[in-house]
Design a protein around this ligand. Structure first.
Ligand code: ZN
Length: 502
């Protein structure tokens, strides 16, 4: 087979694997959104079959042969698109084939059971119940890391690389240490200021009205409803890609700002997926580059757009139109302040923009020590509670609101949490680059112009797919390697005046 034919075979194979994966994703979406309760068993079988088929395709020895032929061909290597696709597919193939089938099966079985035990332990607020399962998961994750590890990588690095290619613990420590110091300082400083009145976020508003409101906002952001939908689920998420992107959101009777934030967040993920180049569908060039960069797109719309003054100038009449009497006694300015309240709490998913990353850093510390073996599983609650005192100034009263709050570890997601903070840092740095390139973004938002920013993101971030590594993309878009400077500047510039401290 010629190198050109091998490349074509590789791409055709990858495209079919993506179609299979997107079918599984659609079934998973259905499970969360509209599946009848009694269909759980058949759905589990359907998803397990699709996962098996995907794994078979991903590890098909022919892929290795096609890759070797394509890699040896100078023509493929000199062509930017082809070389990027071959690099991406090589990475995927190596990752899939490095793990023995026995270990993959044991991980899947253990994690599926561990999730159930975690849910029970969490509602009983009893870490002891979950402990033997976490013990087993840590051992399996260590074995997984040993299979994946490349020279120079620690075990934790090998796991983190699955979610953020090229990221390692040493780089994260260098990013996080000064960030943590400044965030703790900012948190303490804000306690001396005047907290905004957040009464607006506690008004009871009919869920249908809230839904009409958030739909109007996501439409203005430019989410394409001909190629996507928005529905409800307990935990908001975004799935699907290209021609069919599914967003979900949630509504609480008395927290319209939560619905707005969740919807804009998932909308930002959705715009990234809709901004990938359709002709590259099913290949690395048609896929998001990393979880951190994906999260940057959601955080950018949720925080840099949705919590800005300009946005609220545009949004307030829309809110009044949909939410009616709930808006009496409030104004664009007061709701902008209410959307920016900083209140350190115990629960990560409820955290505000200024303290969220401190929650992530607690998990980052613990994970590294668990995976390296320095910390035994039995020591998790004590260490967790100590770090919450140190970083957030909070006393953890029980395991439910402490180390049992997140599902991630029971699913075997180690090395995943830092992508949330990377998302915040990338978002701030990308937003600053957009401001520099376009100028006066808030004035555009105030006029309801979100297309200028969206199209800039599409050109500069979305359309590249996996052409560059996340670090290369960051440098290309913002002109500098990732740092916490833009994020801290953004927070201080916005929050200190709101708290009457500047
Ligand atoms: Zn997200």
């Amino acid at each position: 087979m010629s190198a050109a034919a091998a490349y074509e075979a590789l791409l055709a194979h990858a495209k079919e694997t993506t179609l299979l994966a997107s079918t599984a994703a659609l079934l998973a979406w259905d499970q969360e959104v509209c599946m009848p309760k009694g269909a759980g068993d058949i759905r589990a079988e359907q998803l397990a079959l699709l996962a098996r088929l995907q794994h078979q395709r991903a590890t098909d020895p022919r892929v290795g042969e096609w890759l070797a032929a394509a890699e040896a061909d100078p023509y493929v290597q000199q062509d930017g698109d082809r070389a990027a696709n071959v690099r991406g597919l090589r990475r995927d193939y190596d990752r899939a084939t490095k793990l023995p089938a026995q270990l993959v099966a044991e991980l899947a079985a253990t994690e599926s059971k561990a999730q159930q035990v975690w849910a029970e332990a969490r509602s009983a607020s009893n870490f002891h119940q979950f402990r033997p399962w976490l013990d087993r998961i840590v051992v399996l994750q260590q074995q997984k890391a040993d299979c994946l590890k490349q020279p120079g990588q620690s075990r934790w690095d090998a796991l983190a690389d699955l979610y953020e290619p090229g990221m390692c613990a040493a780089d994260l420590r260098a990013l996080f240490a000064p960030l943590r110091e400044r965030l703790v300082e900012l948190r303490q400083r804000l306690t001396r200021g005047k907290a905004p009145d957040d009464a607006f976020s506690r008004i009871e508003i009919d869920e249908q009205k809230q839904e009409a409101f958030v739909r109007a906002v996501v439409t203005a952001m430019g989410f394409d409803f001909r190629r996507g939908r928005i529905d409800r689920s307990t935990h908001p998420f975004c799935t699907g890609t290209g021609g069919d992107v599914r967003l979900t959101t949630r509504f609480h009777k008395d927290n319209v700002l939560d619905a707005l934030g969740s919807t804009m967040h998932e909308g930002g993920h959705g715009l990234y997926e809709q901004g990938l180049e359709p002709q590259h569908f099913g290949t690395p060039l048609g896929e998001a580059v990393s979880l951190g960069v994906h999260e940057s797109q959601s955080r950018l719309w949720e925080n840099h757009v949705g919590r800005s003054e300009g946005f609220w100038q545009w949004c307030w009449p829309i809110a009044e139109q949909h939410l009616g009497s709930a808006c009496a006694q409030h104004s664009a300015a007061s709701v902008h302040r209410a959307a920016n309240v900083v209140a350190p709490g115990l629960i990560r998913v409820e955290a505000d923009e200024a303290t969220y990353d401190l929650h992530v850093m607690v998990r980052f510390e613990l994970e590294q020590d668990l995976i390296s073996g320095e910390l035994g599983v039995a020591g998790v609650p004590e260490r967790w509670n100590g770090l919450y005192r140190e970083y957030l100034g909070l006393q953890v009263p029980d395991d439910r609101s402490g180390c049992l709050q997140d599902v991630h570890w029971s699913c075997g997601l180690f090395g995943y949490f830092p992508t949330y903070t990377l998302g915040n840092l990338y978002a701030a740095q990308i937003a600053a680059a957009a401001e520099k390139a376009l100028g006066g973004l808030e004035a555009l938002f105030a006029r309801g112009n979100f297309a200028t920013l969206r199209e800039w993101l599409r050109r500069n971030v979305h359309r590249h797919g996996r052409r560059h590594t996340p670090a290369e993309l960051c440098k290309l878009v913002t002109g500098a390697p990732l740092s916490s400077t833009a994020f801290l500047t953004h927070l201080e510039r916005k929050l200190l005046p709101i708290y009457g401290l500047a």
